[in-house]
Design a protein around this ligand. Structure first.
Ligand SMILES: C[S@@+](CC[C@H](N)C(=O)[O-])C[C@H]1O[C@@H](n2cnc3c(N)ncnc32)[C@H](O)[C@@H]1O
Length: 268
């Protein structure tokens, strides 16, 4: 069933996906709302415009990585680049103190609007803003190029920058610009948590034998993609550091590798 769903999902044109999701989940969302079964910090399924998995479970899983692997402390200043619809923000609302803070930016205005309406009024030290960057899938009319975008924050203004499933949608020159912006906004001692798909012998073998959960068939040299027309739909990068995995959690000073989705010990 999930293979059929993902087959259909991969064939829906990028700009139409958010609407298709809303329609698909409408009956369940209406029912949950009528029965009062909705947690105010969990968006209706139809508004979660990306990915799969349980919204809260995935958020909690990554929250543990931020604390256990990244050493995130309650009074630190957090920047969430590509914050989506608050999946990582929600568990952080229960952890960051009043002295800590959270800033989320994203290219998808509707996700930001939901966070501004539902999270900020309850947690004023959690703020969200739109990054008006062009992205075929999430913001086709955007004004700026991600490869030249300057994060709207002062130098050295964060202790912890996170990007979960965001570099997997960017092309190499965009990733390079973001890495340089992350370096600029991180204070001394700051850390960055980012997830990637990595291309190495192990993952290439899985792709060749049809075992990879995503079919990265188009090879552009420095990266691969599953969709030639919309390369940012998911892009794995050639491995540039030691270690082996399909997806990794990478750190500014060290790297912590995890096995990829669909594999033993895999992460979400
Ligand atoms: C798969 S979603 C992950 C969202 C969120 N990080 C999470 O884990 O719940 C990818 C997100 O990246 C955002 N995005 C895509 N291109 C971006 C860019 N150039 N800058 C910032 N965010 C971007 C999308 O709008 C989307 O919210």
């Amino acid at each position: 069933m999930s293979r059929i769903k993902s087959y259909i999902a991969q064939r829906i044109p990028p700009g139409v996906k958010p609407t298709a999701r809303r329609i698909y989940h409408l009956p369940a969302d209406v029912l949950n709302s009528l029965l009062g079964r909705r947690d105010p910090l969990t968006p209706p399924k139809g508004k979660v415009f990306f990915g799969g998995g349980d919204f809260n479970r995935v958020g909690e899983e990554y929250f543990r990585y931020f604390v256990e692997l990244g050493g995130l402390k309650p009074d630190e200043r957090v920047l969430d680049v590509g914050c989506g619809i608050g999946r990582m923000a929600v568990p952080l609302t229960r952890y960051l103190s009043d002295r800590g803070s959270y800033e989320g930016i994203d290219v998808f205005p509707k996700g930001i609007a939901w966070c501004q309406e539902n999270i900020t009024p309850r947690y004023p030290n959690f703020r969200f803003r739109v990054a008006d960057i062009k992205n075929k899938e999430y913001n086709p009319g955007g004004r700026f190029a991600a490869s030249e975008y300057e994060f709207p924050y002062e130098d050295a203004s964060f202790d912890f920058v996170l990007l979960t499933s965001v570099f997997t949608h960017l092309l190499p020159d965009e990733v390079e610009n973001y890495l340089s912006e992350i370096r600029r906004v991180l204070a001394p001692g700051g850390r960055c948590f980012a997830s990637f798909f990595l291309l190495n012998e192990d993952s290439l073998d899985s792709i060749r034998s049809g075992k990879s959960t995503i079919d990265f068939r188009h090879d552009f040299g420095r990266y691969r993609t599953k969709d030639r027309e919309t390369p940012e739909a998911a892009t794995p990068t050639r491995r540039t550091t030691s270690g082996a995995s399909t997806r990794s959690a990478a750190w500014a000073s060290s790297s912590q590798y995890a096995m990829g989705p669909g594999r033993a010990g895999g992460i979400s």
